[in-house]
Design a protein around this ligand. Structure first.
Ligand code: DX5
Ligand code: ZN
Length: 251
């Protein structure tokens, strides 16, 4: 059975004039990991926050897990500063790292959990050689750079593939998903095997932040409770496929 589903509110859609208060509200609503999107205007066409903002948030929120998602070129140059500012998890894009293994070890050497991220067009198999050394894999379900985009359904297959590989290789990494997580997508996302759900727009953009987080997490956990274990799910899928093969052969 999938491990406990967690909500990681992404402050990208929060009110930057009151980041601390907005983040606290999302955590009161059940968020357990705070997702911090770092953009440099080069790797992605947008600019957000750097280490000083992370350090300020750390003062306001001393105990929460900070999940720094680096959408930047040359991440090695900035990893020490984010670790120093209070990051707990640091993830880097496979597409941005020429020496990915070295970068992941660099993150660990600064006392943080190392994560790797793949864009929607990047296949899961590009991670084959690093899955043993990462704490989490982050599947982008939108093209990175902006909040409030539409969920790309193909990412569900990637989450399923990762869950399958993890089981077959006896690995431990966690599966995180980022982009377009909302009430209408979260059920499928959780059933595919994602465990850490990043959500910005659905939590911060309108209404009451705490209630939004609560409602989204409730929907996610109820989908997780009714989702069959991955092994049974695969059997069901195999059965469906073999039935449709049979139908095709008959026609
Ligand atoms: C996009 C960021 C996301 C973003 C997700 O590049 O990495 O973390 O905040 O936003 P929503 O949940 O609004 O799709
Ligand atoms: Zn992100």
């Amino acid at each position: 059975m999938a491990s406990v589903v967690e909500l990681a509110p992404s402050i990208l859609s929060a009110n930057f004039a009151q980041l601390g208060a907005d983040a606290k509200a999302a955590l009161e609503g059940g968020g357990t990991v705070l997702h911090l999107d770092v953009m440099d205007g080069h790797f992605v066409p947008n600019i957000t926050i750097g280490p000083p903002v992370v350090a300020s948030l750390r003062k306001t929120l001393p105990d929460v897990t900070f999940d720094c998602h680096l959408m930047i070129e040359n991440p090695d140059e900035f990893i020490p500063a984010f670790a120093e500012a209070g990051a707990n998890w640091i993830s880097v894009h496979q597409e941005a790292c020429v020496h990915l293994d070295r970068t992941l070890h660099l993150i660990e050497s600064h006392g943080c959990k190392a994560g790797v991220v793949i864009n929607p067009a990047t296949p899961v198999h590009t991670l084959d050689e690093v899955l043993e050394i990462v704490h989490h894999v982050l599947v982008m379900s939108v093209n990175p750079g902006f909040g409030a985009q539409h969920f790309i359904p193909n990412s569900l297959k990637k989450v399923e593939t990762l869950a399958r590989i993890r089981e077959s290789r006896g690995l431990e990494f966690r599966i995180e998903i980022d982009g377009g997580v909302a009430l209408d997508t979260v059920g499928d996302i959780v059933c595919a095997g994602a465990e850490i759900l990043v959500a910005g727009n659905a939590v911060f953009s309108r209404g009451d932040i705490r209630e939004n987080a609560e409602t989204l997490l409730r929907a996610a956990r109820s989908a997780a409770a009714t989702s069959p274990p991955p092994r049974l799910r695969r059997t069901a899928t195999a059965l469906r496929n073999s039935k449709s093969d049979l139908r095709r052969r008959r026609t």
